[in-house]
Design a protein around this ligand. Structure first.
Ligand code: ADP
Ligand code: ADP
Length: 227
């Protein structure tokens, strides 16, 4: 699903080497953590996958296609096939949970008659069907993040990227969000989670990639957190 072939990324002007000769293969259906200290290159890694940046050297492939061959409209097609979740859920405050999820379908080719089924299915996957009419303010932080996950998966993306998805959550809500991400993965979606949450990485064990100053220094198939 994701392949990095000798990928380096050097930012212009500051000439910071954010990623240094990274080789990596993530197969379809895997659940993978990406860990590393602040500044280690995690965001740069994610940004290459969504083609916000191009590598200075090497090649990034998503679903078997080299991203430098994606142009214009193809790039937006690529981004539509990747679900994204961030630390801040950015839900629209005046829309109910189900309308927030449905909003994401406006930019997909999914016909309107399928929206209700899709939205219902995505809310069921995150365990919030009973809160579909609630406004974000009526939901806990953890529930809001689960709505954001439903929004990210409603278009049925083969790949879900989560950047510090539990960054603003207490331990109980963090565990709930992790379980939801695992559910999403069990339905076949490849999931990549960039995180600082050591306890989660060590409790819910999955393959763990560790970045240190732009280098991929560990690739541990059974998890473990050692920066
Ligand atoms: P992380 O997400 O692990 O905190 P980043 O990928 O954000 O790491 O940053 C990796 C390195 O690249 C850091 O040294 C950071 O300062 C630098 N960096 C990140 N974004 C930019 C940018 N747009 N321009 C210049 N340097 C950047
Ligand atoms: P089914 O039983 O047909 O799988 P669901 O009611 O569980 O149906 O889901 C209906 C729709 O919800 C799916 O077609 C899909 O669009 C969306 N959906 C639910 N969960 C996920 C998920 N984990 N990943 C992607 N899409 C999902």
């Amino acid at each position: 699903m994701i392949e990095f072939r000798s990928v380096s990324l050097e930012y212009p002007v500051t000439r910071t080497l954010a990623l240094d000769d990274v080789h990596l293969f993530v197969g379809k259906g895997e659940f993978v953590y990406l860990v590393g200290q602040s500044g280690a290159g995690k965001s740069s890694f994610m940004n290459l996958i969504i083609k916000r940046h191009l590598p200075t050297r090497g090649e990034v492939l998503v679903a078997g296609e080299a991203l430098n061959r994606y142009k214009g409209g193809r790039t937006s097609t690529l981004r539509r096939r990747i679900g994204m979740v961030f630390q801040d859920n950015l839900l629209l405050p005046h829309l109910s949970a189900q309308d927030n999820v449905a909003f994401a379908l406006r930019v997909t080719g999914v016909p309107r008659r399928e929206w209700a089924t899709r939205v219902g299915g995505a809310l069921r996957t995150v365990g919030l069907e009973h809160k579909k009419h609630a406004l974000p303010v009526q939901l806990s932080q953890g529930e809001q993040q689960r709505v954001a996950i439903a929004r990210a998966i409603v278009g049925d993306p083969p790949l879900l990227l989560a950047d510090e998805p539990t960054g603003n959550l207490d331990p109980d809500n963090s565990r709930e969000v992790l379980k939801v991400l695992q559910n999403v993965n069990l339905r076949g979606t490849t999931v990549l989670v960039a995180t600082h949450a050591r306890d989660l990485v060590e409790t819910f064990r999955h393959r763990t990639l560790t970045l240190r100053r732009g280098k991929l220094v560990r690739d541990d198939p059974y998890g473990g957190y050692a920066l």
